[in-house]
Design a protein around this ligand. Structure first.
Ligand code: UD1
Length: 342
């Protein structure tokens, strides 16, 4: 039987590459689109080694309408799109807001335009818990009011959600969408053939932790320990990237099977909050590595604490996480070691 084709923009990126693997293993035919501005060919090789097959990959900028049209025309019969391609560094977005608005909004507008032209009916969008801003209550549900984000990056996620909602609700719309609000993705594929590949100094916690343990960075600086949390450090919901990738497969499946609402929103996390210090200790426990760290000042724009209520994803999508924090951290460490030994 012919596999259902799903376009994966940003398919060579961190979450995208894991989603490509899970899509293929669930019986879909993923097609990658990536401009490799913040990803590497190595990810595509890793995917192909895991799957033992070639995966179609188009090197284009997703904001380029003409180039997208050519891909849609060449591939034909696409049934859906998962849109990961975006710039994602919070700090950089404060320095270069225009880049973020141009890349993140431009690629979505181009994609929706071409999806409509070609009658491709299903979209899964990578959103973020950043849309909740600093929430008044924890955990956050999908009904928790969204708030102005603390960065241009966060704003682009909220604006993209609004654009998609307006477009799919339009009377003539042929597109339906699922918005997945990710919490903090961590870890790597069990094979250690794909994982997070930060360019330059990592901004996110886990790659900084693994690079410190590997001796690439001298020490981790914990961004403040005077927050109103049990140990004073920030609380996040760290979800294993393979669990997160699987949420995309069930979201695509739902769009294909159920003629539901035009747009649905789901939190994707574990439902657990862990502090930065807990993560550090869990990493030491899981890997036997001693981590050199110091406490530094709070990072501007950081949300003190956020974690997900995942009842809706569990009940509606059948989404379940299967990986503990320790297992996720061990997988991140295995991936880091595979990079060092290359
Ligand atoms: C943020 C956004 C998330 C976005 C992501 C993209 C929120 C709540 N989350 O994640 O939506 O997709 O950026 O990158 O706004 N930390 C340290 N030392 C370090 C690095 C990080 O202590 O060297 C701490 C941070 O202060 C934070 C935690 O680790 O408390 C996680 O940080 P990070 O991995 O950067 O993710 P978020 O900022 O939570």
């Amino acid at each position: 039987m012919e596999r259902t084709k799903i376009l994966v923009t940003g398919g060579a990126g961190y979450i995208g590459s894991h989603a490509v693997v899970e899509l293929y293993e669930a019986g879909f035919q993923p097609v990658i689109v990536d401009d490799f501005s913040n990803s590497q060919e190595q990810a595509v090789r890793g995917i192909e080694e895991i799957l033992g097959v070639r995966v179609p990959c188009h090197r284009i900028d997703c904001g380029d309408v003409e180039a997208l049209r050519a891909v849609f025309a060449e591939e034909g019969s696409l049934r859906g799109v998962i849109h990961f391609a975006a710039s994602k560094a919070v700090g950089e977005s404060v320095q270069q807001p225009l880049k973020y608005y141009r890349n993140n909004l431009g690629s979505l507008l181009a994609l929706l335009t071409v999806m409509q032209e070609f009658g491709v009916p299903h979209l899964v969008f990578s959103s973020s818990c950043t849309v909740y801003g600093i929430p008044d209550q924890l955990p956050v549900t999908e009904q928790t009011p969204t708030k102005p984000a603390t960065s241009p990056y966060g704003n682009t996620k909220k604006i993209c959600e609004d654009i998609i909602t307006d477009v799919v609700k339009a009377p003539e719309s042929t597109v339906r969408a699922i918005l997945l609000r990710y919490f903090n993705p961590i870890g790597a594929h069990a094979s250690a053939k794909i994982g997070e590949l930060p360019l330059g100094v990592p901004q996110n916690l886990i790659p900084y932790v693994t690079q410190t343990a590997a001796g690439i960075r001298e020490k981790l600086t914990i961004n403040g320990d005077t927050y109103d949390t049990p140990d004073g450090t920030n609380i996040r919901d760290y979800v294993h990237v393979v669990d997160l990738a699987k949420a995309h497969v069930v979201a695509v499946q739902r769009l294909l099977d159920v003629r539901g609402e035009a747009v649905e929103v789901f939190n994707v996390g574990t439902g657990r909050g862990n502090s930065v210090l807990e993560v550090v200790h869990a990493f030491e426990q899981a890997t036997g590595q001693k981590l050199n760290y110091v406490i530094g000042p709070p990072r501007t724009g950081d949300v003190p604490a956020i974690y997900a209520d995942v009842t809706k994803a569990t009940e509606v999508l059948g989404f379940r996480t299967t990986t503990s924090l320790e297992e996720a951290l061990a997988s991140a460490w295995k991936w880091q070691q595979s990079l060092v030994s290359e």
